[in-house]
Design a protein around this ligand. Structure first.
Ligand SMILES: *[C@@H]1O[C@H](CO)[C@@H](O)[C@H](O)[C@H]1NC(C)=O
Ligand SMILES: *[C@@H]1O[C@H](CO)[C@@H](O)[C@H](O)[C@H]1NC(C)=O
Ligand SMILES: *[C@@H]1O[C@H](CO)[C@@H](O)[C@H](O)[C@H]1NC(C)=O
Ligand SMILES: *[C@@H]1O[C@H](CO)[C@@H](O)[C@H](O)[C@H]1NC(C)=O
Ligand SMILES: *[C@@H]1O[C@H](CO)[C@@H](O)[C@H](O)[C@H]1NC(C)=O
Ligand SMILES: *[C@@H]1O[C@H](CO)[C@@H](O)[C@H](O)[C@H]1NC(C)=O
Ligand SMILES: [Ca+2]
Length: 571
């Protein structure tokens, strides 16, 4: 159905229907949006409910985030629902922000979620409007845009909701984008001969969602920004328990202040290894190779008592202990099983010890492991299929148990949630570009996780080439940037001069539309002048006056892990 003929059939003014739709206000009506619904045969096996359309007009809104430059935008929010053919009348809602006709730049943008949410509201879509794109989110069919996947994961205890799992895994995003691209074309009457460029942007779970598309639907997007992806999900979630398990085994639970002091001393000791003392550990690899945590033993730490939101904590006053340093050391090396074989990886030195945090128990007046629900719920709900949001305790949980949970979840969800398919040959052939970035000091998802996937793709696709020819071949369509000092999906309070590259969407647009492949990323005016493309690493010389991206084999090797605790490849 061509929207203009339908618009005429509905008796709307023909001035709305010409290729330059007149105004945002004229687009932003239920009638106009209904005529533009993507009811064409897109091969999706879905049925759109035309009576579900709703619209809302927003003008003069100032938006800013880590994902685009501050802008003032006008947009129409158009929401509609569809159901899956052959499934008992399920309902999936999608919502698209539509820019004004004079700002529309023949672009579509899909955006992702975070944690166990499949969307991030308008956090990323606003940036899409700012670059003249129609920008979409999905509710995954979970009941509302605010309902998370874990809320619908169980049909009953013991019974997985596989439809919701495949929707979260990849299917909902495929549908969001396929519908969104056609909807965009219909809304603005873009002729068949003209291209509508299609993009994706997301971080964390949203980074995983982006990869779920890149690995399966080679030409769905022209360009993707996938940041700090939550892929290798079974390992990632289970590993959130690793610090607590190490502490249980050691029988020592460091107060948060003690770990924070070790982090501060690590940053101070490693800051200059990149050639510039600016509070940023831009070479956490050199830090890993050269810094000895034992140098911090005996250093005093102090944190005042707090009644903060996370529960009251007492004053913490002491000196860094041998026990805490031992935990920091094995934690940073990444989890190993009882036979000494590598299970997984952890954040770079200088990062916060988020997965080793303890919490104060006022009843026992002692510190105990803080069990992050992303980790605990992975075990209780997603592996054991109990209607429980966390483990009660880590007591009795061994490193070998963590390994076996990882393997079990990896097998169970290999084709839905794991998201580490390493062969991007079809993506390369389609000409799609992927800009992958990760904060070097990410304490929620280790930056080495992204390096491991990049290197898996390199070995699978170009393993017969030399290392440098292999990375050159990847450079044609897939580039990874490690953001010095960066935390999880944004700048780092502990290393503020690291900054964060907020122009990544524009960067991938320039790569796709103008062939301007990015060699570096800017870091939003902070001290590190640019962010190097993996495997190059930043290095200052001349006492911090001159900056370069250099190749250093020993540093690159320090990011490499072989997960030999598993008898199968872990990409
Ligand atoms: C937009 O908002 C700004 C500040 O909120 C206000 O000063 C300006 O008048 C508004 N412009 C329009 C066209 O509404
Ligand atoms: C789905 O909805 C249609 C229309 O509302 C109804 O006729 C049909 O019985 C429903 N199917 C199921 C399986 O609930
Ligand atoms: C799980 O528990 C919550 C409340 O604790 C309840 O609302 C929900 O219906 C339960 N789900 C299942 C599948 O039993
Ligand atoms: C660590 O350094 C930060 C400043 O970056 C400071 O606010 C904090 O108090 C320090 N923590 C400890 C335990 O000394
Ligand atoms: C911390 O403890 C040391 C040694 O007991 C003491 O000298 C110091 O005053 C204490 N610091 C604070 C701020 O209470
Ligand atoms: C390096 O620069 C810092 C400040 O920029 C200065 O304090 C220091 O003296 C310089 N060191 C040398 C060896 O020039
Ligand atoms: Ca530095």
């Amino acid at each position: 159905m061509r929207p203009h003929s339908s618009a005429l059939a509905l008796g709307l003014s023909s001035t709305i229907a010409v290729s330059q739709a007149a105004s945002l206000a004229e687009i932003c009506t239920v009638e106009y949006v209904t005529t533009a619904l993507p009811v064409e045969n897109l091969g999706l096996a879905v049925t759109i409910d035309p009576s579900s359309v709703s619209v809302a007009l927003t003008t003069n809104r100032t938006v800013s985030s880590n994902w685009y430059q501050t802008a003032v935008i006008d947009y129409c929010t158009a929401t509609f629902a569809y159901s899956h053919n052959g499934i008992n009348n399920d309902t999936v809602q999608v919502s698209y922000l539509i820019p004004a006709p004079d700002k529309f730049s023949n672009r579509y943008l899909s955006t992702g979620g975070g944690g166990l949410a499949i969307n991030s509201g308008t956090t990323y879509t606003s940036g899409g409007v700012a670059v003249g794109a129609v920008a979409g989110i999905t509710d995954g069919g979970f009941g509302s845009f605010n309902t998370q996947y874990n809320a619908v994961f169980l049909e009953a205890e013991g019974t997985v909701n596989w439809q919701a799992t495949y929707m979260f895994g990849y299917q909902a995003h495929h549908e969001l984008a396929a519908l969104g691209k056609q909807f965009t074309r219909n809304l603005f009457n873009v002729p068949e001969a003209d291209k509508v460029y299609s993009y994706y942007q997301g971080c964390s779970e949203g980074g995983r969602e982006g990869w779920s598309q890149a690995q399966r639907f080679a030409d769905l997007f022209d360009g993707l920004v996938t940041a700090a992806p939550a892929f290798r999900l079974s390992q990632l979630q289970t590993n959130h328990l690793s610090g607590g398990v190490l502490e249980e085994a050691a029988g020592y639970f460091p107060p948060p202040c003690e770990l924070e002091k070790i982090r501060n001393l690590t940053i101070a000791a490693c800051d200059g290894l990149d050639g510039k003392v600016d509070g940023v550990v831009a070479r956490s690899d050199l830090c890993k190779l050269q810094f000895n945590y034992e140098d911090t033993i005996g250093e005093p730490y102090y944190c005042a008592a707090s009644t903060g939101g996370g529960g009251a904590t007492p004053e913490q006053n002491g000196t860094v202990t041998r026990e805490a340093v031992a935990i920091a050391k094995v934690f940073t090396e990444g989890l190993k099983d009882s036979k000494g074989r590598q299970i997984y990886l952890n954040p770079q030195p200088g990062s916060n010890f988020a997965d080793a945090q303890t919490t104060y128990n006022a009843d026992t007046a002692s510190w105990e492991p803080f069990i992050l629900s992303l980790g605990g719920e992975w075990i209780t709900r997603f592996l054991q299929l109990e209607n429980k949001s966390n483990l009660d305790s880590l007591s009795g949980v061994t490193v070998d148990q963590l390994r076996d949970w990882m393997a079990f979840g990896m097998q169970k969800y290999y084709d839905s949630l794991q998201t580490t398919w390493p062969d991007l040959t079809a993506l390369q052939a389609a000409g799609t570009k992927v800009l992958h970035l990760h904060g070097e000091a990410d304490s929620g998802i280790a930056s080495a996780s992204s390096v491991h996937y990049y290197e898996s793709v390199r070995k699978i696709m170009f393993g017969d080439l030399s290392y440098s020819d292999g990375t050159k071949a990847l450079d044609e369509f897939y580039r990874l940037f490690i953001v010095p000092g960066g935390e999880h999906c944004g700048p780092n309070r502990a290393q503020p001069n690291g900054g964060w590259p907020i122009t990544t969407l524009q960067t991938v647009i320039d790569w796709v539309e103008d062939g301007a492949a990015p060699d570096t990323l800017d870091n939003n005016g902070k001290a590190i002048t640019s962010i190097c493309r993996w495997p190059l690493r930043p290095l200052w010389s001349g006492n911090g006056t001159s900056f370069d991206c250099v190749f250093d084999q020993e540093s690159v090797d320090s990011w490499a892990y072989t997960f030999d605790a598993f008898n199968f490849p872990v990409y």
